[in-house]
Design a protein around this ligand. Sequence first.
Ligand code: ZN
Length: 262
Amino acid sequence: MTLNVLIWHEHRHEKKNKIVASIYPDGMHGALKNAFKGHDDFKVDHALLDDDAEHGLSQKRLDETDVLLWWGHVAHGEVKDEIVERVAKRVWEGMGLIVLHSGHFSKIFKRLMGTPCALKWREAGENERIWVLNRNHPIAAGLPDQILIEHEEMYGEPFSIPEPMETVFISWFEGGEVFRSGVTYQRGAGKIFYFRPGHEAYPTFHNAQVLQVIRNATRWAHNPAKAWTGIHDAPNVPHDKAPVPLEIKGPSLHAYGEEGFR
Ligand code: ZN
């Protein structure tokens, strides 16, 4: 079975900042593709913010995507609300979503979490130790007890997310803060994983263990079932169409079979 992966990237820092361009000459999306290199069960493509009027996220493309990866930062506000809603619907229908690093403030992550998703931060190139909390979780498969990243941006608690379904990783930073850096959610039929590392000024997406987490998470987020397109429907089931047909016993606001308000 082939798993269709789409890497969405705003692709702005590489164009404007020489440091980022030198670390990621093929763009961060190019580095992220290496997570799947040599693994034949993935078919990987990318979509960029400036690709077209739909940010490379047409309905057709999303319908063909099993798992969407998301990296955004400076241009969260440029992502059109109608595209955000389209992505959210696909997640509810069963598409997996992996949100990376500064994607915590993306419209799509906030839409699906329903909370501010705010955090503390500091750009000092300090050590990050990503501790594996759940040895047996598929997202942690093949990893040592901790991933050590020499230079990273600090993200600190409190991270105003809803209580996760599972917390797979916690990060410790040299300056003393800690952060829930790998958390899972389910929204509708879709599985979501937020993964913290990946600041643009450091070569984090060249780290083989970080890429392994992303590959593991992509497999984990894949829902092999047919898209649950009916998840948005709210049908009015008239009395005579009930599983056990009824006689009407009380007054009704709505006409027979009429659609409800939404
Ligand atoms: Zn950052």
